[in-house]
Design a protein around this ligand. Structure first.
Ligand code: IPM
Ligand code: MG
Length: 368
């Protein structure tokens, strides 16, 4: 038998520890995993003065995969550039592990159609993937402050753009496999304004001929923001730089009605362990109340099984179990439709509001 995979677990701050421990229960119901729990984020600042220690970064690099909860909270909010911030841990991990490709799939669950702020006929059929460049651009360029002036710089080179474009085209192909539909990639930029975007458009354009089976379009970022809410079902794979990808993935996430549903995978070169985390934040306002929605972390664990550990069947079992719990009407408070929610078009049993523990138990039961 193969050795149990080594997973570095970074629960982080706020609701992070609750949703990660719920996810460990789900994983344990599926197989054998070794966990190495470490501090990262605000909790690491409190313990060690920095959001990410070299020791934790090294442990992550040596693992088979890294599972993360969420980081940050008002306790560590500061505008003083000399004070450590929890987010530095996340950025340090992305850069330190070379995780240049961030995959954020958005597929509204049929049972949750009523929870979206958009009309059901608009979002119906939406199934898209945001591929975000994660280790370059304005996030990692030179920045500074001189008195009352400040600057950030955005830099990209062709190799960084080429590799993320290929991730997007490969993902589009994989997603369409066996479906009979033609895959499509939409590349997002501001080539009308930014020089990095003009390079982006040029380099992506050089990759296009290698994928004649994939439809392709360029779209300006502001237009993409608009099209995402007006006709989300027309998108397949969106590829964008670090900042546009950050913004558009939150927008796309809201199509599902809850940021609490969206998983993500951050991947590097072949053989590099991936980092898997929910898209939502640490929700410090509800931390410790037992009502956090663990589903995005369960779905992130599914992405970990599929993309990081070569266990696609187990991944699908988690995804099906999450769908089942929702179809049975279970809702954490963030998903529960208020009285104003329109009746969903599909038949679903009445909603039952549950906490983290009940949702977890229901998903585990649905696994079997
Ligand atoms: C995300 C988050 C991070 C980002 C923050 C917490 C630094 O918004 O993962 O999308 O901007 O990348
Ligand atoms: Mg973000």
């Amino acid at each position: 038998m193969k050795d149990a995979p080594e997973i570095v677990v970074l629960p982080g701050d706020g609701i992070g520890p609750e949703i990660v421990s719920a996810t460990r229960e789900v994983l344990d119901a599926l197989g054998d995993f070794n966990y190495d729990e470490r501090l990262m984020g605000g909790c690491s600042i409190d313990a060690d003065g920095v959001a990410l220690t070299d020791e934790v970064l090294d442990a992550c690099k040596a693992a088979d995969a890294v599972l993360l909860g969420a980081v940050g909270g008002p306790k560590w909010d500061t505008t003083n550039p000399d004070e450590p911030r929890p987010e530095q841990g996340l950025l340090g991990l992305r850069k330190g592990m070379g995780l240049y490709a961030n995959l954020r799939p958005v597929r509204p669950s049929p049972a949750l159609m009523g929870a979206s702020p958009l009309r059901e006929d608009r979002i119906s059929g939406t199934d898209l993937l945001v591929v975000r460049e994660l280790t370059g651009g304005i996030y990692f360029g030179k920045s500074g402050r001189e008195g009352d002036a400040a600057f950030d710089t955005c830099e990209y080179d062709a190799s960084e753009i080429d590799r993320i474009a290929r991730v997007a085209f490969d993902a589009a192909r994989r997603r369409a496999e066996g479906s009979g539909r033609k895959p499509k990639v939409t590349s997002v930029d501001k080539a009308n304004v930014m020089e990095t975007s003009r390079l982006w458009r040029e380099v992506v354009g050089r990759v296009v001929p290698d994928y004649p089976d994939v439809d392709f379009e360029n779209m300006l970022a502001d237009n993409a923001a608009m099209q995402l809410v007006s006709r989300p079902a027309d998108f397949d794979v969106l590829v964008a730089d670090n900042l546009f990808g950050d913004i558009l993935s939150d927008e796309a996430a809201m199509l599902t009605g809850s940021l609490g549903m969206l998983p993500s995978a951050s991947l590097g070169a072949d053989g590099t362990p991936g980092l898997f985390e929910p898209v939502h934040g640490s929700a410090p306002d509800i931390a410790g109340n037992g009502i956090a929605n663990p589903l995005a972390t369960f779905l992130s664990a599914a992405m970990m099984l599929r993309h990081g550990l070569g266990m696609p069947d187990e991944a699908a079992r988690i995804e099906e179990a999450v769908d089942k719990a929702l179809e049975d009407g279970l809702r954490t408070p963030d998903l529960a439709g208020g009285p104003a929610a329109p009746p969903p078009m599909v038949d679903v049993p009445p909603e039952v509001e549950v906490g983290t523990a009940e949702m977890t138990a229901a998903v585990i039961e649905a696994l079997n």
